[in-house]
Write a protein that binds this ligand. Structure first.
Ligand code: SF4
Ligand code: SF4
Length: 139
């Protein structure tokens, strides 16, 4: 994906780029280049990543149907670059390995590196459960 941005980038800003095959969130700080990438061809639209994102930075769009059984639009996800903190939870949870996160082209997954994946994932699920079921409930 070759892209030219015709505007100044704010320091630390997470830039979102998209084409037919991928969605990329990109951040450059000095010599550190962070890239979160969704491969649309690998994504099956299961939505697990959207449920597990601790920052609610992934929006899930269910399939659309044309008539009773014909799918007119596949299910898909999208990222909100202003919410994503590049934690890597979505990378870890995706069953299709459709999302990658790299730092200077090397795999880099903070929630695994810092050994907090399960804590982050359970908190994300709790938050979603409470949102859907109301306060006073617990998993
Ligand atoms: S978990 Fe993976 S396959 Fe499922 S919607 Fe997210 S990116 Fe797509
Ligand atoms: S990297 Fe973390 S915050 Fe960003 S979309 Fe994935 S799970 Fe959400």
């Amino acid at each position: 994906m070759e892209v030219r941005l015709y505007r100044p980038i704010k320091r630390g800003e997470l830039i979102k780029l998209e084409d037919d095959r991928s969605i990329v969130l990109f951040r450059q700080i000095m010599l550190r280049k962070y890239v979160l990438k969704l491969d649309k061809e690998k994504c099956v639209g299961c939505g697990i990543c959207a449920d597990m994102c601790p920052k609610w930075a992934i929006t899930y769009y269910p399939a659309k149907f044309d008539g009773i059984k014909r799918v007119s639009e596949r299910p898909r996800i999208d990222f909100e670059s202003d919410k994503c903190v590049l934690c890597g939870t979505c990378v870890t949870i995706c069953p299709m390995r459709a999302i990658t996160l790299t730092l200077n082209d090397e795999e880099w997954i903070p929630v695994m590196k810092n050994n907090v994946f399960y804590t982050v994932a359970v908190k994300a699920l709790e938050k979603r459960y409470i949102e859907e079921e109301g306060e006073g409930t617990s998993l």
